[in-house]
Write a protein that binds this ligand. Structure first.
Ligand code: PEP
Length: 245
């Protein structure tokens, strides 16, 4: 049995309203699992949730690599903390592939967010053509390698393996496919960071996780939780939070 605390993140992306977030607060209020739960609503709702009694932590969906200044449309780690977020998602595939964020920028953001005291959900994952060309490990190791030299302390990082072809598509990696790459990622941490980082870093799976498929995935040895998009907007999110019970 792993000593890593099971972790479930809900990424609401550009969805939701105060009313829908109230429903989530009520839904999770009944949750008594040991799982660490972190919810990332759109930025504008963070303060609203912060002022409520919740039994989950808050995350931003992105942040910039500077503390302030002429960066229209961006927000800083300090601002996230000011409105109650302890976490930030960085390197999400939509930031990489819709907004064109490159490894270098993402690595700078990860380093700066950690320096400013946030914990980071760091997302990696391959596109379908990369998987079909047997490049899954190469791509994921490259994305991890991009942050390696800029990060000293891995204790505040959770890695989310999210194959791009599985995000929002209804196509989930099989538990075996997910376990295979999670195990390889843990070995990468051992070989490139430390035994300690390999033992302790939580590696989440993300990509069309639902109430129906979560238990089988959660049973795999190297799957330490989930990053959930679509299903985090629905009542089944409570089942995903409880998938390890
Ligand atoms: C995500 O956005 O991180 C994600 C995994 O989305 P979905 O669960 O909808 O595939």
């Amino acid at each position: 049995m792993s000593s890593r605390k099971f972790f479930v993140g809900g990424n609401w992306k550009m969805n939701g309203s105060k009313g829908e977030l109230d429903n989530l607060v009520n839904l999770l209020a009944k949750n008594s699992s040991e799982t660490e739960v972190v919810v990332a609503p759109p930025f504008v709702f963070l303060d609203y949730l912060h002022n409520k009694k919740t039994n989950f932590a808050l995350s931003g969906q992105n942040c910039y690599k500077e503390s302030k200044g002429a960066f229209t449309g961006e927000i800083s780690p300090k601002m996230l903390k000011d409105v109650g977020a302890d976490w930030v998602i960085l390197g999400h595939s939509e930031r990489r592939h819709v907004f064109g964020e490159k490894d270098d920028l993402i690595a700078d953001k990860v380093a700066f967010a950690l320096k400013e005291g946030l914990s980071v959900i760091f997302c990696i994952g391959e596109k379908i053509e990369e998987r079909e060309n047997n490049l899954t490990e190469k791509i994921c190791f490259g994305q991890l390698g991009a942050i390696k030299d800029k990060i000293k302390d891995w204790s505040k990082i959770v890695v989310a393996y999210e194959p791009v072809w599985a995000i929002g598509t209804g196509k989930t990696a099989t538990p075996e496919q997910a376990q295979e790459i999670h195990q390889a990622l843990r070995k990468w941490l051992h070989d490139n960071i430390s035994q300690d980082a390999s033992n302790k870093t939580r590696i989440l799976y993300g990509g069309s996780v639902t109430g129906a498929n979560c238990k089988e995935l959660a049973a795999k040895a190297d799957i330490d939780g989930f990053l959930v998009g679509g299903a985090s907007l629905k009542p089944e999110f409570a089942n995903i939070v409880n998938s390890k019970n």
